[in-house]
Design a binder for this molecule. Structure first.
Ligand SMILES: C[S@@+](CC[C@H](N)C(=O)[O-])C[C@H]1O[C@@H](n2cnc3c(N)ncnc32)[C@H](O)[C@@H]1O
Length: 400
């Protein structure tokens, strides 16, 4: 069937209407005339894929990745960089009603962490929304060293290996490999100069089960089970936004919620007399406590708890930073944030849908004064949004 694509859907696919039904065409671009095949037909919508392109968009490019058609990792390898940014900006405007700044990072090789699934010794990513493994031998989002480690596994394939392979790399290009599942050629890995730290079935076989990260002059111990932002430049941009916003503000007590290894709390400690970090992961809070000493911070307290279990105890807070998972904030946390009534609220979101929903719940008390995008995950549909909010009562007095 020949169709013309009207516009993008929210996930960067092409959208049009066929007989009053919405039709999503995978990786089709607005304006393109394409022959499609219908892959699935539901009550209210159709899903289709391109058979061939009759009129190509000027925004289309050839994907540099040979796994792109099947792999679910990237969504924007077939469009020009500027078009991807245009899409993200428009989506932010559409979802959140405003966009103040767009912070770029680097287009490729930005990820410092990746998890591969392994089936019968074959390493890969899952196809989009499926558990179908797509074998991968190279990923453009990873560093050259991480890609070399992938090659090691392809060279020494153990067909009985079923499990996962986590690869992390720090600011000094030191690597950490975490293997879950039985793998035969451990000696080969242990001898490789590409691998600095190796954790096998929860046991440390080489180096440590952590390494150090550095952002500006701050150093962070990061256990392999602790969260760290996957894009170091992106984190630097978040620091930039925080510094600009907090400059000249009088903050006595601040909360750093969903704090990980206290990467944000530690940065915050120079703007606030006292900071409290709250994080549920014990490995991350242990790292955070170590990081306080490492960075000689004495005004930060780290609490190992679920945010929703402790938030009701906080009073007299001037600033709350939340950096939750893609699901956003739960009702109990929102209710308590509305009660705490901190002068300033900073919402760092990797899920724009959840941010939209939560801003709606916060709007009776908080006014959004800035929304920024940090392009933390180029080539994918994901982006980090930073919302700067303040109490409605004081918003008029704030000069942006
Ligand atoms: C997106 S990460 C942010 C971490 C940190 N702010 C950073 O920039 O490195 C979200 C963190 O929230 C933690 N987390 C998830 N649900 C939580 C909850 N209900 N209470 C406390 N922490 C939670 C996760 O373990 C993770 O470390």
């Amino acid at each position: 069937m020949q169709v013309k694509i009207l516009k993008y859907d929210d996930l960067g696919n092409g959208l049009l209407k066929i007989n009053d039904k919405v039709c999503f065409v995978k990786k089709a671009l607005p304006g393109e005339v394409v022959n499609i095949k219908i892959d699935s037909s539901k009550k209210n919508y159709l899903k289709a894929s391109i058979i061939n392109i009759l009129e190509e968009s000027k925004e289309r490019i050839l994907s540099p990745c040979k796994f792109y058609d099947k792999c679910g990792g990237c969504q924007f390898l077939h469009v020009k960089e500027e078009e991807e940014k245009r899409f993200k900006k428009a989506k932010c405007l559409n979802f959140l009603g405003r966009l103040d700044n767009f912070y770029e990072t680097s287009a490729f090789s930005y990820r410092n962490k990746v998890t591969f699934h392994v089936k019968d010794g074959i390493l890969g990513f899952y196809e989009e929304k499926s558990h179908e493994l797509v074998p991968i031998s190279f990923c453009h989002l990873l560093s050259p060293k991480m890609n070399q480690i992938i090659k090691l596994f392809i060279k020494k394939k153990d067909s009985n290996f079923q499990g996962t392979l986590l690869i992390r790399e720090n600011y000094q290009n030191e690597t950490m490999l975490v293997i879950k599942g039985e793998y035969l050629y451990l000696d080969y890995l242990l001898q490789s100069s590409l691998i600095d730290n190796l954790v096998y079935q929860e046991k440390v076989l080489k180096g440590n089960d952590y390494f150090f990260e550095k952002i500006l002059n701050y150093k962070f111990k990061v256990h392999y089970k602790s969260f760290f932002q996957v894009n170091r430049i992106g984190l630097l941009k978040i620091y930039e936004i925080l510094a600009r916003f907090l400059n000249n503000k009088e903050i006595t007590n601040a909360l750093d919620l969903y704090s990980g290894t206290s990467v944000l709390g530690i940065f915050l400690s120079k703007f606030s007399k006292k900071v409290i970090s709250v994080e549920e992961n014990l490995f991350a809070t242990n790292d955070a406590k170590f990081n306080l000493q490492l960075n000689r911070i004495s005004n930060l307290e780290v609490i190992n708890q679920k945010v929703e279990n402790v938030i009701s105890r906080f009073k007299n807070i001037d600033l709350v930073i939340v950096d939750p998972t893609r699901n956003g904030l739960d009702l109990k946390t929102i209710t308590n944030i509305l009660k705490i009534k901190a002068k300033y609220l900073i919402y760092i979101a990797c899920g724009i849908d959840a941010l939209k929903r939560d801003l709606e719940s916060l709007k009776e008390v908080y006014q959004v004064i800035e929304i920024d995008i940090v392009d933390m995950f180029p080539k994918t549909i994901h982006m980090e949004c930073v919302g700067l909010l303040c109490l409605k009562d004081i918003s008029k007095t704030l000069v942006k």
